[in-house]
Design a protein around this ligand. Structure first.
Ligand SMILES: [Zn+2]
Length: 479
């Protein structure tokens, strides 16, 4: 252990302390370090996904990973879990706690992230050699498939409402967060100087009354809360997602083109499929050929059957014997590259759902190349497009756009449906906190852009609560 890391370990008898190592002033890189009775527990182990913070993925971890006793993950999204293989590469070898569905998803996501990292490093190396320069980071992958496999080997699971011991004197409990399959809020009860203290981490909180998942379970009356604020300054406008999807599909079919939908493999791809099924069943759109052209989305969709008890009852009941709401006439899950290419040769209208959700990689690029120059086709965006991504440039109306090394004219219709969201809005967040049987002593607002976080802090203070937005690296005592 390095001297700096050693100096951070608090002796027995100190109060528990929490250090904010990420998701401060940004929505990615969630990492919170709890130190209690000489033990270290890392809550969340997220990747930074914005370009401006990417260096933090490469910097050494602020404490020696070998000095961390355990990691606990609220859900599998990479901004909460995707740094774990890197932590393992740097020496962490303790247990990684999560729900069973999160473990299944993390396995798929980490292996995919590792393969992409290896491919990207190879591509970057070639480019640098060609251009005779070097970038700020080594031309190495952040982690490899072998690192991801070692991380998978550390996964340990606990069900919702089960109480287990993370370390001596630290009891933990997950509750359903309703955000993605397996997502949880996490409450830790720690024995520290002055008696027991409890702290709840919201992870990402889902929406209320929005299938296909359960509503978030109530807050467990903790002393402290670390709460996300992705939509801390906004409400979700009431949206007629089905009506919008119906209009896009029908107008594209009338024109004779394809509907190309870039979608995230976890959650969004399945949401789109379920809405399509509803529209087909009620004869609002024709029975077109639909392709899910993403091996990852296909693997994730299969998990919905395995974990159907986590779905809202109506959807869970739709899995009956061999029946599945994710199987309907005309729907094909595409695995091989040859089959993926063959889609482009089909005459007549089709719907193509492919990753990556922001068009910055994956098979979607090939479908864009085929369709973006066709005035009869529609590129339909159903998710957030981050700054600097190809998806964002298309949504912003750039024309031409560079795809796979060539400038392409945009002649296709560009459409957006904003009503899909897996995040609680401001009212949902406030309701979840205020419904607690006991008022939390203090709230730490994280995981938002500055304006969203500040707005939620202000709203909580107006309601008489002690809330603050911690800074990167800030350490607080849980007295
Ligand atoms: Zn998430």
């Amino acid at each position: 252990m390095s001297r700096a890391a050693q100096a951070l370990v608090r002796p027995e008898g100190s109060p528990a302390e929490l250090t904010f190592l990420g998701a401060t002033g940004t929505v990615t890189g969630s990492r919170f370090l709890l130190e209690v009775q000489g033990r270290r527990i890392l809550i969340e182990c997220g990747l930074y996904q914005e370009r401006e913070f990417a260096a933090r993925n490469w910097d050494g971890f602020p404490v020696d990973p070998r000095s961390i006793d355990a990691v606990v993950l609220t859900h599998a999204h990479l901004d909460h879990s995707g740094y774990l293989p890197r932590l393992v590469q740097a020496g962490f070898a303790g247990p990684v706690w999560c729900t069973p569905a999160t473990a299944s998803l993390a396995e798929i996501l980490w292996l995919d992230a590792a393969r992409i990292a290896v491919e990207d490093a190879r591509f970057k190396k070639r480019r640098h050699e060609r251009e005779g320069r070097r970038g700020p980071h080594p031309e190495l992958p952040l982690y490899t498939v072998a690192d991801a496999r070692r991380a998978i080997g550390l996964l340990r699971t606990a069900d919702y409402r089960q109480r287990w011991s993370v370390a001596p004197g630290v009891r933990a409990e997950f509750r359903d967060a309703g955000h993605i399959l397996g997502s949880a809020t996490l409450t830790l009860r720690v024995r520290a100087r002055g008696g027991e203290r409890s702290i709840t981490f919201s992870g990402d909180l889902g929406r209320t009354s929005e299938p296909p998942l359960h509503d978030p379970e109530p807050l467990a009356a903790p002393d402290y809360v670390v709460v996300e604020s992705t939509y801390g300054d906004r409400g979700h406008a009431p949206a007629d997602v089905l009506g919008e999807l119906e209009a896009v599909v029908n107008s594209t079919v009338a024109a004779g083109g394809n509907v190309v939908i870039p979608a995230f493999a976890v959650g969004r791809a399945q949401d789109v499929l379920l809405r399509r099924k509803t529209l087909i069943d009620s004869h609002r759109i024709p029975r077109l050929m639909v392709f899910v052209d993403s091996p990852m989305a296909t693997s994730v969709t299969a998990l919905y059957r395995q974990y159907r008890s986590l779905l809202d009852p109506e959807l869970a009941a739709a899995f009956n014997g061999r029946r599945s709401p994710f199987e309907f006439p005309g729907l094909t899950y595409v695995r091989s590259v040859e089959a993926s290419k063959a889609i482009n040769r089909i005459a007549g209208s089709t719907v193509i759902i492919a990753g990556a959700g922001m068009c910055n990689g994956g098979r979607i690029k090939h479908h864009l190349v085929t369709n973006i120059g066709r005035p009869d086709s529609t590129i339909l965006f159903v998710g957030y497009q981050a700054q600097g991504t190809l998806g964002r440039r298309i949504v912003d109306g750039d024309n031409p756009v560079r795809i796979l090394g060539e400038q392409r004219d945009v002649r296709a219709r560009i459409a957006r449906i904003d009503g899909f969201s897996a995040h609680a809005d401001r009212d949902d967040l406030l309701r979840w906190i205020l419904a607690s049987e006991r008022r939390p002593k203090q709230l730490f607002v994280v995981h938002g852009e500055a304006a969203a976080t500040e707005s939620l802090v202000a709203a909580l203070r107006e309601r008489g609560l002690d809330a603050a937005a911690p800074e990167f690296g800030e350490r607080v005592a849980l007295e």
